[in-house]
Design a protein around this ligand. Structure first.
Ligand SMILES: *Cc1c(COP(=O)(O)O)cnc(C)c1O
Length: 355
């Protein structure tokens, strides 16, 4: 049976990206060795690093004066690296969910943190809009896509302070005006590559402004200066990122990724709104096009386990909602086909017809 992978992360990748990465692990570049057993400084691997950085810059139209680095440690390590490198006195954070809150918690270890707004009192079902960012903060941090709750900020902020964004789960799903950011970062395992890799896009001249000493490995300048080769980088995830970046480019780039994301989301949200059994969990205007959350309507609540079994039997994988929301979550990253979403919608219709 064909499986449709709606996992939230690690998540779906194009079949050819998986095949190419598997091949490189068997034998890389026809050199008679695996990618896993050669030096990251070899003449065979260096071009992989160079092209991956260049292609991420090209696809996101990253202006001059910015660097792309590939690190380990996940987005979670960035929650502390950001304040380590940027927080001198005070920072502003927008609290839109679990990941935003975790980032905010780490920042408090380094200085004063202003929570400019929060949607916690409504279980993060909306994006706060009525707030202001103090002019004297070192930076403003937000999470563009709330993977767990299914809300998304699909715009770039115009602010007089440096803007820093966690784009773990919507990077490469739409064009972004990178010039409006000091830093964009994320774990690769949602929409860029396999697990084990973190990308950070940094405006070079925003660094070096804090007075504290920064441990070498946690200082962005170390990794920029050494081209992400200060220590051994995660070579296989970087290779799979490169294969995926080439795939995105061949498909038509981030504009085409956005067109497909909007199309998939429209198909699924239309069905959620139409189907008598289901309802969406977040404010319509703040709906994520990446992580689509829905629950059974109250009068059909006891059908939840039945629908899960019904959909699973038809090849749907990973649609169980996060425990803090319940119900269902269909994560529709770049590699999810329209056909996959249509298969899920067909399940919803068929199940409705039976009840
Ligand atoms: C998954 C996720 C994280 C955590 O990423 P790790 O790489 O596991 O640390 C952080 N932020 C967002 C928005 C995420 O979706």
């Amino acid at each position: 049976m064909k499986k449709y992978n709606f996992n939230a992360g690690p998540s779906i990748l194009p079949a050819e990206v998986i095949a190419q990465t598997a091949q490189a692990c068997q034998e890389f570049n026809g050199i008679g060795l695996s990618l896993m057993e050669i030096s990251h400084r070899s003449k065979d691997f260096q071009p992989v690093m160079d092209e991956a950085q260049a292609l991420l810059k090209e696809l996101l139209d990253v202006p001059v004066g910015y660097s792309v680095v590939f690190l380990g440690g996940g987005a979670s390590l960035q929650f502390c690296m950001i304040p380590f490198n940027y927080l001198e006195k005070k920072a502003a954070y927008l609290n839109t969910g679990t990941w935003a809150k975790k980032a905010l918690k780490e920042a408090k270890l380094f200085g004063e943190v202003v929570e400019v707004a929060s949607s916690a009192d409504k279980n993060y079902t909306f994006i706060p809009k009525d707030y202001s960012v103090p002019a004297d903060v070192d930076y403003f941090h937000f999470t563009s896509n709330n993977t767990i709750y299914g809300t998304e900020i699909r715009k770039d902020f115009d602010l007089p302070v440096p803007v820093i964004a966690d784009m773990s789960s919507d990077i490469l799903s739409r064009p972004v005006d990178v010039s409006k950011y000091a830093v964009i970062y994320g774990g690769a395992q949602k929409n860029l590559s396999m697990a084990g890799l973190t990308f950070v896009i940094i405006k070079d001249d925003t660094l070096g402004k804090v007075s504290r000493a920064i441990p070498t490995m946690l200082d962005y300048r170390t990794h920029i200066d050494k081209g992400s080769m200060f220590n051994t980088p995660p070579v296989v995830p970087i290779y799979s990122a490169l294969m995926n970046l080439r795939w995105v480019k061949a498909q038509g780039g981030v504009k085409e990724m956005e067109r497909r994301a909007l199309e998939r989301a429209a198909i699924l949200y239309d069905e959620i709104d139409r189907n008598k059994l289901f309802r969406g969990t977040v404010e319509t205007e703040d709906r994520s096009v990446m992580n689509i959350c829905f629950v059974m309507n109250d009068e059909y609540k006891d059908l939840e386990a039945d629908f899960m079994a019904f959909a699973t039997a038809r090849g749907m994988v990973g649609i169980k909602g996060h425990r803090s929301v319940g119900g269902f979550r269909a994560s529709c990253y770049n590699a999810m086909s329209r056909e996959g979403v249509e298969a899920l919608v067909a399940c919803m219709k068929e199940f409705e017809a039976q009840h």
